[in-house]
Design a protein around this ligand. Structure first.
Ligand code: COA
Length: 328
């Protein structure tokens, strides 16, 4: 009996036209282009304008992915939107994307796993395709993080940006496709990156808004260490699960959180920089959108070719982390 793998058939990306540069941030908080570049590697990030919302970018990225996968939106039977910045609380952003795309046969929902959301989505889609329940899945990571950024807090406002990236997956009967996946979380570290207000625990009121309780609070220094360790460990696990070593990886796309995190993880895994993709300079940290945007850019630049072993790894608020290994 032939083994069914889930393979990526097409990808897409989209982000707001608006750009926030380090030079502009220098005028908003006490910081400098030098500090931001040397501590994070970020030069600019995309920032949505008033009136723009998450699903707009998710839909644009998804349309591209669907077109490149050469399927019809009605062929999609699973639609997963990874986001921590949904259009609204109810219904899910997934359902709003579904309606815009005309993916009427899909089961659509959201995953809130912060920066690991896209890899959580790939993991679920992979299992649904392997089990035969799903033929085509759309996984889209989309965020407008700048809405939850406090532009008085210099330790977070320099990091986050907006955008969306999508992938269509389908069954593959050959060697191509997802080889192994692992996802984890540890809620004991919830307060390392969180938005305390706005939900049912601290309901949004004029007072909570004035106090900025809906903004992201981050313990960057603590997150940094956990991020490096978990991304390196989970990457080793997926490699071992599939019988490979870091040496075999042709392209490593880590979540774009901070250039120093990327360098430390690659160094820990002993993957030299030529095989590691980074676009953090241009996008900042776009949470669940970061890996699919990076993957789409790599495909466009010809950095990934048939037969290549591609490793994706992420870490984010929750805390959550995961990795996916695939044969392109
Ligand atoms: N400009 C200038 N100085 C800044 C600054 C900024 N934008 N942000 C923080 N600082 C200052 C701090 O106030 C501190 O000053 P002090 O020593 O006088 O108290 C100093 O720089 C060092 O702060 P620290 O937090 O130790 O810096 P860091 O090297 O850890 O870098 C981050 C801060 C946020 C860039 C880094 O910790 C990081 O990237 N962490 C991971 C964050 C992340 O990836 N989050 C998302 C998870 S997916």
């Amino acid at each position: 009996m032939s083994k069914t793998n889930a393979a990526i058939l097409g990808t897409g990306r989209s982000y707001p036209e608006g750009i926030l540069t380090n030079a502009e941030l220098e005028r908003m908080v006490e910081t400098s282009d030098d500090w931001i570049m040397s501590r994070t590697g970020i030069k600019q990030r995309h920032k949505a304008a008033d009136g723009e919302y998450t699903s707009q970018f998710a839909v644009a990225a998804s349309r591209q992915a669907i077109e490149r996968a050469r399927i019809d939106p009605a062929d999609i039977d699973l639609l997963i939107c990874a986001t921590v910045t949904p259009d609204q609380i109810l219904p899910s952003t997934g359902c709003l994307i579904q309606a815009e795309l005309g993916a009427h046969r899909a089961a659509a929902f959201d995953i809130a796993a912060a920066c690991s959301g896209f890899l959580y989505g790939l993991t679920l889609a992979n299992q649904m395709i392997r089990s035969g329940q799903t033929r085509h899945a759309l996984v889209v990571g989309a965020e407008i993080l700048t809405r939850y950024v406090d532009y008085n807090d210099r330790s977070t406002c320099v990091i986050f940006g907006d955008g969306a990236g999508a992938a269509v997956l389908g069954a593959s009967e050959d060697e191509r496709g997802i080889l192994s996946t692992r996802i984890y979380s540890d809620g004991r570290y919830a307060e390392q990156l969180f938005s305390p207000g706005g939900g049912t625990r601290i309901q949004p009121t004029a007072e909570t808004l004035a106090q900025g309780l809906h903004f992201y609070k981050m313990r960057g220094n603590e997150l940094f260490k956990v991020a490096v360790r978990s991304m390196a460990d989970v990457s080793r696990e997926v490699l071992e699960d599939a019988g490979y070593k870091a040496d075999d990886v042709r392209l490593f796309i880590p979540h774009q959180a901070n250039q120093r995190i990327t360098d430390a993880v690659a160094n820990n895994l002993k993957v030299e920089s030529e095989r590691v993709y980074s676009n953090i300079e241009m996008h900042g940290n776009t949470s669940s959108a970061s890996i699919p945007i990076a993957l789409d850019e790599c495909i466009e630049m010809g950095k990934v070719n048939e037969g290549d072993l591609v490793l994706l790894a992420s870490f984010g608020g929750g805390v959550t982390w995961g990795a996916v290994l695939m044969r392109w």
